[in-house]
Design a protein around this ligand. Structure first.
Ligand code: C5P
Length: 205
């Protein structure tokens, strides 16, 4: 069983994907981390994330960074979103994501293009979203809890910029795949969102 979970940042897709993986006893891959590692590696190389050559050169070295907590930063999210527009970067990360998706027994993957590119053959496809306001609130609370100082306005602006880039790029833009079920988590708490996601998967099987 392959479960594809796509959606914008702070929509709840990561939490939902992890919970589905635990519920069904499946391995889980957060594909955003792969792009974050490439973005971070470009920065470490002193390269330009908007340059396809610099971004591709970082792909081979990014694995060592996958456990680094700095990958979770919003700044690294921005770098990820910039390197992810390059088709060569997406291509270099394709095979490992596809191999993860098709491993015996199945898998849960979350990202932007799981149901559209990586696993259009997924058994269940969820497109998780939430209003910009709800998503900015979540990021702001997370940031405050970890002692950050960014304003809610700057967080909302970063979020909107990343959405804009992810939705409007030519290569694998963020979009709801045919057959994907929309789950809006704006007014749901964690448990409600997970319960709704399980119902969607059950209905798809
Ligand atoms: O999901 P996360 O916020 O960690 O993703 C970081 C960035 O990586 C996204 O803004 C997006 O540009 C890119 N990404 C992607 N395709 C994926 C996962 C993430 O382009 N499957």
């Amino acid at each position: 069983m392959i479960i594809a979970v796509d959606g914008p940042t702070a929509s709840g897709k990561g939490t939902i994907a992890k919970a589905l993986a635990a519920h069904y006893g499946l391995p889980h891959l957060d594909t955003g981390l792969l792009y974050r590692a490439v973005g971070r590696q470009v920065a470490l190389n002193g390269g330009n994330p908007d340059d396809a050559g610099d971004a591709l050169a970082a792909c081979g070295f990014a694995d060592a960074l996958l456990d680094d907590p700095i990958l979770r930063d919003e700044a690294t999210g921005g770098l990820a979103s910039r390197v992810s527009i390059h088709p060569a970067v997406r291509k270099s990360l394709f095979e490992r994501q596809r191999a993860f998706a098709t491993q015996p027994g199945g898998a849960v993957l979350d990202g932007r293009d799981i149901a559209t590119v990586i696993a259009p053959d997924a058994d269940a496809k969820l497109f998780v979203t939430a209003s910009v306001d709800a998503r900015a609130d979540r990021r702001w609370k997370e940031m405050q809890a970890s002692g950050g100082v960014a304003s809610r306005e700057s967080i909302a602006a970063d979020l909107a910029a990343r959405d804009e880039r992810d939705r409007n790029r030519a290569a694998a833009p963020l979009e709801q795949a045919p057959g994907a079920v929309l789950l809006d988590t704006s007014n749901l708490n964690r448990e409600e969102a997970i319960a709704a996601a399980i119902l969607i998967v059950e209905a798809a099987l």
